[in-house]
Write a new protein. Structure first.
Length: 104
């Protein structure tokens, strides 16, 4: 039971942490990856709510992306490197959006 609780807690923290760095955005500019769009994407049955199963399905997808050697386990190094890659990708998307705003 303690192991399940710990795993769920870690998964919840990771999923709720989202995509790393937080940038201030107004509601209209929120991407599909953040905010309301993210919840809609997680709501796979379209009932307007995210069940535990739907939530964990999304966490499983993220886990798979971090599990570099695909052995079904995350090492500290895989987690660290995966998070680094996610943050870099988010920074790049943020800079791209900022550039698009400046050209409007």
């Amino acid at each position: 039971m303690k192991t399940q609780t710990l795993i769920f807690g870690l998964v919840a923290c990771f999923v709720l942490a989202g995509n790393g760095a937080v940038f201030s955005q107004d509601d209209e500019s929120m991407s599909e990856e953040r905010g309301p769009g993210k919840l809609e994407k997680m709501d796979t049955d379209g009932d307007g709510k995210v069940s535990l199963d739907e939530f964990l399905e999304g966490a499983g997808t993220r886990f798979g992306k971090l599990d570099a050697d695909e052995d079904g386990f995350l090492t500290a190094e895989e987690f660290k490197e995966g998070r680094k890659a996610i943050r870099a990708k988010n920074r790049e998307r943020h800079e791209q959006r900022q550039g698009e705003k400046e050209t409007e």
